[in-house]
Design a protein around this ligand. Structure first.
Ligand code: ATP
Length: 454
C-alpha cells in the first residue's frame, strides 16, 4: 500500500478530534500518538508511554479502527507500541515501557528465527492459584519433557489470564535446559502476516523451512486463523512436519478447539491429540498475590488497602489488574499525590467508568433498531411483512439473541408471538450476511455500540 502515513494520520486525528468533542482527552491521550507503519492491513501506532498505550487500547481502539476503515475501505488491525523517540521522554513513565513485549513487528517476511521471549514471563513470576493450577502444572511438565509429556499442549482461556505468560515460561525453561534448542514464539496473526509476505515476496520455501525446522513452536491466539483457508492449510503442514519429527507444539486460544468456528476439522482433531487445559479468572486471593508480586518486581510501594481495592474492582482480566496498578502509581508520580484509596478511586473511576456491563432489554433493542429504520416498536410485533420491515425485524431478533439472555421462544413471543424457529432463522441469516457484507456488519456494530453505551 503506498500511502503517505503522516497525511493519513492527520486525517485520522482530524476526524477523531471532531468525534470526541473532548479536547482534554484528545490533546492528552491521542495527539501524542503517531502512525509509524501500515503494512498489509496492520497499522502500528507509536505512543509515548505505557500509560497512554493502555488507555488508548482500552478506550479508543474501536473508534480508531472505524475511522481507518472508513478512510481505507478495509478492516485494519491496530497495534500500539511504546516509542523510544527522545521527543517522548520526560513523562516519568519510560521505565514501564520495558514491560511491553513488542510481538507485532510486521515487517516483510524474514528468514531469521524469532526468539522474542519476554524476560518477565517465567515460571518464577507466575502466581499459581486455583484458577490456573492445572495449566501451570501441565506447562511445567511440558517444559521439563518437551515433545514427551503432552504434544500438542493446548491452553485456552479468556483475555489477559496468563496464556502467553505460560507459553513464554515454557520457552524460557526449555532454553535454560537445552540452550541449543530452536524455540519460536509467534502470534497466529504474525504467522498469517509472514505467510502473506512470503507469498508476496515469493519466499514460500524459506517460510516453510523457517517453521518446519524448529524444536519448539509456541503459537498464540490460534483462533485468529479460523476462516483463513491458506493459513490453516500452511499451519496444518507445519503442525504435521513438527509433530512427526517429534518437536513440541504449544498452542493457545481464547476457547477450546471444538468451539473455534470455521476451524478445519483436521486441525481441530490434531489440537485434541495432546492435552487441553484451561485457565479461569483468578479468585480474590490470587488477584492480591499477583498484585503484590507485580509491585515487588517493579519496586513499587503500594499500601495494602489500595491493593485490596484494585483486586475488588478488577475481577476477570490480569492484564487490566496490572494496568490499574501501574496507572495508580504513574498518576501518583506525575501528580506528586500519595497513593491512597482516594487516588485509586479517582484513577480507576476515570479509566474503568463502568465495571458492570449494562443489561440490555428487548425494549431497548426495538427502540434503537426502530430509530434506525424509522419504525415504531409496534411494527416489529405486527403481522405486516414488507421487505424492509422483515429485514429490520431480523436485525432486531439477531441483536436480541446476541445481547440478551432471553430464550429463543421468549424472543419470538416478544415479536408478536412468532415461533422460535423464526428467531433462529433471523439470527443465522444476519450472522451469515454479516460475514459477506461489511456494511451490514458495520451497521450491527454501530447498533450494538449505541445499545451498550446508552
Ligand atoms: N498467574 C499470573 N501470575 C502473574 N502474572 C500473570 C498471571 N497471569 C497473567 N499474568 C500477567 O497478566 C498479563 C496478561 O497475561 P497474558 O498476556 O499471558 O494473557 P493472555 O491470556 O495471553 O491474554 P490474551 O488472550 O489477551 O493474549 C501479563 O502481564 C502476565 O504476566
Amino acid at each position: 500500500m503506498s500511502i503517505d502515513l503522516s497525511s493519513l494520520w492527520c486525517q485520522v486525528l482530524k476526524i477523531l478530534s471532531s468525534e470526541l468533542n473532548n479536547d482534554m482527552s484528545f490533546n492528552t491521550m491521542l495527539k501524542p500518538a503517531k502512525l509509524v507503519s501500515l503494512d498489509q492491513n496492520i497499522a502500528t501506532v507509536e505512543v509515548p508511554n505505557i500509560f497512554l498505550k493502555q488507555v488508548i487500547e482500552k478506550r479508543y481502539i474501536n473508534l480508531l479502527k472505524d475511522i481507518l476503515r472508513s478512510i481505507l475501505k478495509q478492516d485494519i488491525s491496530i497495534f500500539f507500541k511504546v516509542g523510544d523517540d527522545a521527543n517522548f521522554s520526560g513523562t516519568g513513565l519510560e521505565s514501564y515501557s520495558s514491560q511491553i513485549l513488542d510481538r507485532y513487528d510486521s515487517k516483510s517476511f524474514s528468514e531469521e528465527p524469532i526468539s522474542s521471549l519476554n524476560q518477565k514471563y517465567t515460571f518464577d513470576t507466575f502466581v499459581v492459584g486455583n484458577s490456573n493450577r492445572f495449566a501451570h502444572a501441565a506447562s511445567l511438565a511440558v517444559a521439563q519433557s518437551p515433545a514427551r509429556a503432552y504434544n500438542p499442549f493446548f491452553i485456552y482461556g479468556g483475555v489477559g489470564l496468563g496464556k502467553t505468560h505460560l507459553m513464554h515460561a515454557i520457552g524460557h525453561y526449555i532454553l535454560s535446559q537445552k540452550p541449543n534448542y530452536k524455540v519460536v514464539y509467534i502470534s497466529s496473526e504474525r504467522f498469517t502476516n509472514e505467510l502473506i509476505n512470503s507469498i508476496k515476496d515469493d519466499k514460500n520455501v524459506e517460510f516453510r523451512n523457517k517453521y518446519r525446522t524448529i524444536d519448539v513452536l509456541l503459537i498464540d491466539d490460534i483462533q485468529f486463523i479460523a476462516g483463513k483457508e491458506r493459513t490453516q492449510e500452511e499451519f496444518f503442514h507445519t503442525f504435521n512436519a513438527l509433530h512427526e519429527a517429534n518437536k513440541q507444539l504449544v498452542i493457545s486460544s481464547d476457547r477450546p478447539p471444538k468451539e473455534i468456528p470455521t476451524l478445519e476439522e483436521r486441525l481441530r482433531s490434531r489440537f485434541e491429540w495432546g492435552l487441553i487445559t484451561d485457565i479461569q479468572p483468578p479468585d480474590f486471593e490470587t488477584r492480591i498475590a499477583i498484585l503484590l508480586k507485580k509491585a515487588s518486581m517493579e519496586n513499587l510501594t503500594v499500601p495494602n488497602d489500595v491493593i485490596n481495592f484494585i483486586a475488588t474492582k478488577i475481577e476477570t482480566n490480569i492484564r487490566e489488574l496490572e494496568g490499574a496498578l501501574i496507572r495508580i502509581v504513574a498518576y501518583s508520580s506525575l501528580t506528586n499525590c500519595p497513593i491512597d484509596i482516594n487516588l485509586a478511586e479517582h484513577v480507576l473511576k476515570d479509566i474503568l467508568p463502568d465495571q458492570k456491563p449494562k443489561k440490555i432489554t428487548i425494549s431497548d433493542i426495538l427502540q434503537e433498531v426502530g430509530r434506525h429504520f424509522s419504525l415504531k416498536v409496534d411494527d416489529f410485533k405486527a403481522k405486516k411483512r414488507t421487505k424492509d420491515l422483515a429485514f429490520a425485524r431480523q436485525v432486531a431478533m439477531y441483536l436480541c439473541s446476541e445481547l440478551t439472555d432471553l430464550s429463543l421462544p421468549k424472543i419470538g413471543e416478544e415479536f408478536g408471538g412468532r415461533d422460535h424457529t423464526t428467531v433462529i432463522h433471523a439470527r443465522d441469516k444476519i450472522a451469515q450476511d454479516m460475514a459477506k457484507d461489511p456494511q451490514l456488519s458495520m451497521l450491527i456494530d454501530s447498533l450494538k455500540k449505541k445499545l451498550v453505551q446508552s
